[in-house]
Design a protein around this ligand. Structure first.
Ligand SMILES: [Zn+2]
Length: 451
């Protein structure tokens, strides 16, 4: 049996004993095969490097690890709170061995460095179960590998966890529990639409009403309590119609369409919602709530009027980094700045900015003598810790419908909506800045980047 050696200063303690305690759960047919994979991986010289990289990733809260292989070695990057950070590169042998271990754990072929491969394996680290999804693909200069780390149990479970204001939560729930209507979730890629979708659906009242979801069998949709999933197989030529007609005979209250593409389904559902008092929920990719509405209407031009009639609201979200609560720096905003932000004078005494320590070579005084700068232990000098979503909730009433029909232009509809109390990301963002949740720099970064 392996015995954990005591840490000695300067001694040649065994590397094995110093390794972070990660339990691997390889992708394998049975327990015996799992054991075989584990023994083979542990036997590789690069096993410690593979363990340390994963532990570092989890410890720094990275949700993605990118390894770029070239002749020289492997460049390694971590994605923390949506931002890529370069890590020390690995030499070729260490990188190759580490990748071979991840591939074996994920049930992939370590020898194949060219074809696209996808798999996953489980890890348990510090009492938490993680799924590590591996995707590899040969590229002209070598091979590119993306490791995605997800907790097995979702960490975010409520609208408040996502950062939604209380008043908006109430508004959203009312819309999700209305009748004879359709609600639309939307979001740009990389801005947590899948998470908002899951939590949003869970916020609808599925106990009183009967919820059914209709989705492609290959769609990666979460299983939710009290929503019955019905699948069709588009690769076999099936459409939602395959299951929808028989489902409608059972008089369901609410229907969830993760994807709404089929015109026949849209036509049928518009009638079902307005005449049979059903409720419908779907989602599209879009960078704002107004854009989401136009995208839906633009995709279904023939049924646009009917869709607009039943659509009661659109939600959209954008992720911003939260300022680190331990090291954020307060400052007094000038009256001009407050005016520019539209914050009434006297409302906010201070705003906050991140503390980003200067790079090591600049940590010197005027005489060139090194000075100690304390690096925040919580955020490790990033200035930010975790992310939250800003939300746009567009409530669609008859005035908005009129605006869309009279002048189908997003800027016009946004202007009419704003008169009716709609807050755009800009205004929602200023609220988040005013409370010190995020910084002005971060808001500008996120709003200037449409993706
Ligand atoms: Zn900090």
């Amino acid at each position: 049996m392996l015995r954990r050696k005591k840490k000695k200063s300067g001694g040649s303690a065994s590397v094995e004993a110093e390794l972070p305690a990660i339990d691997f759960k390889p992708k394998a047919e049975d327990k015996q095969a799992e054991q075989g994979v584990l023994i083979a991986c542990r036997g590789l010289e690069q096993f410690p490097a593979a363990v340390i990289l994963l532990a570092q990733a989890v410890d720094t809260r990275a949700d993605q690890v990118l390894m770029d292989f070239s002749q020289q070695g492997a460049a390694v990057r971590f994605r923390v709170d949506g931002m890529w950070e370069a890590m020390p590169p690995m030499d070729r042998a260490t990188g190759d061995g580490t990748l071979a271990i991840y591939k074996r754990l994920a049930g992939l072929n370590p020898q194949d460095r060219r074809n696209r491969q996808k798999g996953s394996f489980g890890i348990k680290y510090k009492g938490v179960d993680w799924i590590s999804k591996v995707a590899s693909q040969g590229i002209p200069t070598g091979e590119r590998v993306l490791l995605r780390l997800e907790t097995k149990k979702p960490v975010l479970n409520t609208l408040a966890d996502l950062g939604m204001r209380e008043k908006m939560q109430t508004q959203l729930k009312a819309l999700l529990n209305s009748e004879d209507a359709m609600f639309l979730f939307s979001g740009a890629p990389g801005h947590a639409l899948p998470t908002t979708w899951r939590i949003g659906l869970e916020s609808a009242d599925r106990f009183v009403r009967d919820f059914h979801s209709i989705q492609d069998v290959s769609a990666d949709e979460p299983e939710l309590i009290n929503i019955t999933q019905h699948t069709y197989d588009s690769s076999a030529g099936e459409t939602p119609m395959t299951v929808l007609k028989s489902l409608l005979l059972k008089q369901p209250d609410a229907l969830v369409f993760p994807e709404l593409k089929d015109p026949e389904v849209v036509g049928l559902m518009c009638g079902e919602v307005s005449e049979e008092h059903r409720y419908m929920i779907t989602k599209v990719q879009a960078a704002s709530a107004v854009e989401g509405l136009f995208k839906l209407l633009g995709t279904h031009k023939k049924q646009a009027k009917e869709l607009l009639k039943i659509c009661c609201g659109v939600l959209n979200q954008r992720l911003v980094r939260r300022l680190c609560p331990d090291c954020r720096v307060p400052f007094q905003p000038s009256p001009q700045l407050l005016q520019k932000l539209g914050i009434p004078a006297g409302r906010v005494k201070q705003l906050y900015q991140p503390f980003i320590p200067p790079p090591p070579e600049q940590r010197v005084d005027e005489n060139g003598k090194p000075i100690e700068i304390e690096i925040c232990a919580k955020c490790n000098g990033r200035g930010y810790y975790g992310r939250a979503a800003l939300f746009e909730l567009l409530v669609i009433d008859d005035e908005i419908r009129k605006a869309v029909l009279s002048k189908p232009d997003p800027a016009h509809v946004t202007a009419v909506a704003k008169q009716r109390g709609f807050l755009t990301f800009q205004e929602e963002g200023v609220l988040a800045v005013a409370t010190g949740m995020t910084s002005l720099q971060e808001l500008q970064r996120v709003l200037s980047n449409k993706k």
